[in-house]
Design a protein around this ligand. Structure first.
Ligand SMILES: C[S@@+](CC[C@H](N)C(=O)[O-])C[C@H]1O[C@@H](n2cnc3c(N)ncnc32)[C@H](O)[C@@H]1O
Length: 294
């Protein structure tokens, strides 16, 4: 495991000037021949559980955690080989390390499956305030499937906050109506309503296709999450310029969302190849944001 994905800290002035920060990162990257990422995005090829102590407490606005689910996936390591009580003990351990990193207005989204969601949510309810359970409907096509129970086509996402005073901005994630629906919904009574003009609340069932092999977004990671889902979390639950932690960043989807939406990011990943993928994705996203003048 090596540390070269960990950018050296960038001076404040560079952090505020996104394009300048990217230039500085490009200069560093050209020396090390790595794709450039902004100084506001830290991609660490490290184990979150052994490294969490280096992250200051109360420094994070939002945690997006997509850990191994305890279902035996191959991440090039044995991190998903725990099951049952062993898996839950490990889950409580990393959650116990992550929660103190949140600011008093901070929040946490954790991806999991129905097999373990009940225990994980009970544990989290003893530490934090539960805001939502979000169901990610992966839009799995109807095919054969199992014959001994109903086919599972969703992931559970727990949304928790440190306090009732948590940051949450619905406006950037409202879903606009198309012209025909807006017209159909329009009545004198609703004229000027925010939900009609800007769009409606995405609600707690998110139907977003999983990233099948041919999907344009897909990279070489077995459980890459769709950017649309993670970007919604970042926009709603991290203030502009705020800081996001991803303890299990995989191919860097949360980092990409932060690069696109001008949030700071720190993420951990033990597989060096996934760190390299994350770096490439962030570099491309940052270059696109700068070109678009974001
Ligand atoms: C479910 S995947 C994350 C996928 C990611 N959300 C994405 O969109 O690509 C979980 C990742 O956690 C990594 N991992 C497992 N244990 C870890 C640890 N202790 N510290 C950091 N990363 C870890 C695995 O290698 C795997 O890539």
């Amino acid at each position: 495991m090596r540390d070269e994905f960990d950018e050296p800290p960038v001076p404040e002035a560079e952090v505020s000037a996104g394009a300048v920060a990217i230039e500085a990162a490009e200069a560093r990257a050209s020396v090390s021949a790595l794709p450039a990422v902004p100084g506001t995005i830290r991609l660490l090829n490290r184990d979150f559980l052994t490294d969490a102590a280096n992250l200051p407490d109360a420094s994070i606005d939002l945690i997006v955690a997509d850990p191994p689910y305890g279902l035996g996936k191959d991440y090039g390591n044995d991190s998903d080989m725990r099951s049952g009580e062993d898996f839950l003990a490990w889950t409580y351990e990393w959650l116990g390390l992550a929660i103190p990193k949140l600011k008093p207005t901070g929040s946490l989204y954790v991806f999991c499956t129905w097999q373990y969601a009940p225990e994980i949510f009970v544990y989290l309810k003893s530490k934090l305030t539960m805001i939502n359970e979000i169901v990610w409907d992966r839009r799995v096509p109807s095919m054969g499937g199992t014959t001994r129970r109903f086919t599972s086509v969703h992931d559970n996402i727990g949304f928790f906050a440190v306090s009732r005073d948590y940051y949450f901005d619905l406006d950037p994630v409202r879903i606009p109506y198309d012209a025909a629906t807006k017209k159909a919904r329009s009545r004198k009574l609703f004229e000027g309503s925010k939900w009609l003009e800007l769009g409606y609340n995405p609600k707690d069932v998110w139907s977003v296709s999983r990233l099948h092999r041919q999907h344009a977004e897909r990279v070489d990671h077995p459980t890459q999450k769709p950017l649309e889902i993670v970007e919604r979390m970042v926009l709603a639950s991290c203030p502009p310029g705020g800081r996001v932690l991803d303890p299990f960043m995989g191919s860097g989807t949360t980092a990409v969302a932060c690069a696109r939406q001008q949030r700071e990011f720190v993420g951990y990943e033990i597989n060096e190849s996934y760190c390299a993928i994350a770096r490439e994705r962030v570099s491309a996203a940052a270059a696109t944001s700068v070109a678009a003048g974001a």
